[in-house]
Design a protein. Structure first.
Length: 358
């Protein structure tokens, strides 16, 4: 009888153990199942969120030079304004308007940023799919006259009989320089010697090595010469030439016709950069664009931004007005680079800049 009772108790205990084990296994399996479900839900949510985010459209922009002169564009890049407009921007430096224009015409670049004289040249040469300007960035020349000595009472007459390191023939820096000379009664051909044989970007180094008595420099060349004690800024071509449509954004007519949304988004992003510059101090602007110029310290960048800021370099909007285009053609004619005027309505569109400015 005792053996029978013991056997029964043993059987009951085994059953209880088996039930406990099954219960633990079920709870464990339930826990794993809940974890898997949570992970799957998270993955599905992430996929849904990524699907909702529009894919950025790649756009290649070729700029004539990489200069603090173009600060509003770099603000737009650093602040992420192009991404906000759905654009994945690739910035390439062309090192000269002729090279930038070649990149746009060939399709290597979608948009070019250069002096608008380049668009006039290609149109006058008979291009069918010509380049159209859709946004003007700067309204002053961005270069400065640097002398070997301080000249607080400098006048343009002081250049007579001297050698000046100038720019490429037919380029905006050189044409604006010659325009100023003529406005001051100086003949660029006979009253002084202008050296135009030095590559763009190399004039500051050539001046530091002893070539020329004056040099026409963009930034940071002018400030670098000053900081190194090699020269002194004695005049601003931007101030003395007046308001000039110095640089603008352009694209082939076919690209604009086929991609109006891209052009509008691109212009919207630029306008945001212009708005930032108009509402912030030179120090704040310099701090934003500092990553674009790793070779320069913040103090130097601030000095250069202040110089451009004080001479009213940047427009409040991007509209390329006809009066500015007419002045540009005046300068080209004065330089002997334009035989016949070209139509404003063909080479400029203001529709995108007007919408962006609203």
């Amino acid at each position: 009888m005792r053996k029978h009772i013991f056997a029964c108790l043993t059987a009951v205990i085994l059953c209880l153990c088996l039930l406990a084990g099954c219960s633990q296994k079920t709870e464990s399996e339930s826990s794993v199942s809940e974890e898997d479900a949570a992970e799957n839900n998270a993955a599905e949510n992430n996929a849904a969120e990524q699907a909702e985010e529009p894919e950025l459209i790649p756009v290649t922009l070729n700029e004539v030079a990489h200069s603090i002169f173009y600060a509003p564009m770099y603000v737009a890049i650093e602040e992420g304004y192009f991404e906000e407009e759905g654009i994945d921007l690739e910035l390439v430096c062309g090192f000269g308007a002729d090279k930038t224009m070649t990149a746009v015409i060939s399709g290597e670049a979608d948009i070019g940023f250069m002096g608008s004289e380049a668009s006039i040249y290609t149109y006058a040469e008979g291009a069918t799919d010509y380049v159209v300007n859709f946004a003007q960035l700067t309204q002053r020349a961005g270069n400065f006259l640097v002398a070997r000595e301080e000249m607080p009472d400098f006048t343009w007459e002081d250049l007579k009989g001297h050698v000046v390191l100038g720019g490429r023939k037919g380029g905006m820096p050189e044409m604006v320089f010659e325009y100023i000379l003529k406005e001051n009664g100086i003949d660029p051909e006979t009253d002084l010697e202008i050296n135009q044989n030095i590559d763009f970007g190399s004039t500051a180094a050539a001046f530091a090595e002893g070539q020329g008595e004056f040099t026409v420099e963009f930034e940071p060349g002018a400030t670098t010469l000053e900081s190194e004690g090699e020269g002194y800024v004695v005049a601003s071509l931007g101030e003395d030439s007046g308001y000039v449509p110095y640089t603008a954004f352009s694209a082939k007519k076919s690209y604009i016709d086929e991609n109006p949304d891209i052009i509008q988004g691109f212009t919207n992003a630029l306008q945001k950069g212009m708005d930032y510059v108009q509402s912030h101090t030179p120090g704040e602007i310099a701090a934003i664009i500092e990553p674009q110029f790793p070779e320069a310290d913040l103090e130097t960048i601030t000095t250069i931004v202040t110089r451009y800021y004080d001479q009213d370099t940047w427009k409040s909007n991007l509209i390329f007005e006809q009066s500015s285009f007419d002045l540009l053609q005046d300068i080209l004619e004065s330089a002997g680079e334009l035989e016949e005027r070209v139509p404003y309505d063909d080479l400029v569109t203001t529709q995108f800049a007007a919408i962006a400015a609203q």
